[in-house]
Design a protein around this ligand. Structure first.
Ligand SMILES: Cc1cc2nc3c(=O)[nH]c(=O)nc-3n(C[C@H](O)[C@H](O)[C@H](O)COP(=O)(O)O)c2cc1C
Length: 381
């Protein structure tokens, strides 16, 4: 069969036929890049407890799996910085998603600390907020820690779902979300400044799925934007091990024979072929239209503090979905494509609210975890 024909067989919303390990020549290697998902693999028993919190926090959801964090442990507590070398200037030109990804990190860290009986108190932007051009100069947050002796800290029950949570880009199917599930998701946080909208009406789901597809089509056919995403695709195990960030085919929901052929016949160059672009949009369409519910976190303001707060609440909501056994995929393109965003705001009736995190929800089998960098690469000690 021609290489091009193989490429056409690929779909990023593929359904499992065989497990990757069941296919000769497919990944049955233990990847170091996935070890951070094992329970505290790197941390010796008596080491700095702050490393334990950070080792969970790096498992937080984050845009393009850039892992845009620098953690400074040289002083008291923990200082978190945006890594200015890990921005997404094409797909996230205002660094909005990168800032939300600081919020997901912080919330995951707070939850992990509670497991160890430690309260993590966050002061945002202790030295002020950097302009876009200077992002990463000053800390996003200083985290001070107080132990159980001083305060009685309850473990956050979401701790148990940090290692389970993952972004699931498969097609969703099965029974619709129950009222109880929707109520639990709605209860994952309460703050009237960051409203959570849940959509289950089929007409709205279909309308928004159409806009998700259109926004993705525009992004995919923009060479610079698509190029930035392709930069973060990891085409084989060696690339996963080398970079320990970004997205691999299994993370895109490709498993079984499709994974086998994807690894064999797709490359960074072929990712610009018309067939690849089409398959990318088609798979997003398929996924979007299979949504069994959608959620949207908005903010009343548009400051960096708002973005971090959105990230914190989104992390809680994502972990709550994992607790319920539900699949979730953020869909950011509508928020970044100026020609689609106002139609979306109108169709879901937003008034004086900024759409921040839009995501689809449903049921599907899990996909493998995405890579994470070694702690040494993120932490200054
Ligand atoms: C701000 C933000 C925006 C995101 N946007 C998208 C998106 O548009 N499409 C998508 O498939 N995943 C999106 N994600 C999910 C990330 O790609 C995912 O969290 C990352 O690859 C790490 O994988 P994990 O969530 O499985 O740990 C987003 C996550 C965050 C925090």
């Amino acid at each position: 069969m021609e290489r091009r024909t193989f490429v056409k067989l690929l779909g990023t919303g593929g359904v499992a036929v065989l497990l990757p390990t069941e296919i000769p020549g497919c990944n049955n290697r233990q990847l170091e890049a996935l070890r951070p998902w094992e329970t505290l693999p790197d941390i010796p028993q008596n080491s700095d407890i702050r490393l334990k919190f950070v080792s969970y926090a790096i498992l937080a959801p984050n845009a393009h799996n850039k892992q845009p964090w620098i953690v400074d442990l040289r002083g008291e507590g923990i200082d978190l910085y945006i890594d200015p070398k890990r921005l997404l200037p094409q797909t996230d030109p205002q660094a909005r998603q990168i800032t939300i990804s600081q919020g997901t990190f912080l919330e995951t860290l707070v939850i992990a600390a509670s497991h160890y009986g430690i309260e993590a108190n966050i002061s945002l932007f202790p030295n002020g907020i950097d302009l876009l051009e200077q992002i990463g100069k000053n800390p996003v947050a200083h985290i001070s820690l107080s132990s159980k002796e001083q305060k009685d800290i309850q473990e956050d029950e979401l701790f148990n779902f940090i290692l389970k949570r993952h972004t699931n880009r498969r097609v969703y199917s099965g029974p619709p979300l129950t009222d109880a599930e929707i109520t639990t998701l709605r209860g994952s946080y309460t703050n009237k400044d960051y409203p959570l909208h849940m959509f289950i009406d089929p007409a709205i789901l279909s309308d928004v799925a159409g806009m998700m597809t259109e926004a993705m089509r525009i992004e995919t056919y923009n060479r610079a934007m698509h190029g930035e995403t392709v930069e973060m695709l990891r085409f084989n195990d060696d690339e996963i091990e080398q970079h320990r960030d970004g997205l691999s085919f299994p993370n895109l929901g490709i498993t079984g024979m499709k994974l086998f052929f994807a690894k064999l016949f797709t490359s960074r160059n072929s990712a610009f072929d018309e067939s690849f672009l089409q398959r990318t949009v088609d798979s997003v369409r398929e996924g979007a239209f299979s949504s069994q519910a959608m959620g949207l976190i908005t903010s009343r303001g548009t400051t960096r503090i708002d973005e971090i707060s959105v990230g914190r609440y989104f992390a809680r909501l994502f972990l709550t979905a994992a607790q319920l056994g539900l699949s979730l995929q953020p869909m950011s393109q509508i928020m970044e494509i100026a020609s689609v965003k106002p139609h979306f705001a109108k169709s879901v009736n937003l008034q004086n609210e900024e759409p921040q995190m839009l995501f689809r929800l449903g049921r599907s089998s899990p996909t493998p975890h995405s890579a994470r960098r070694a702690l040494n690469d993120i932490v200054n000690q």
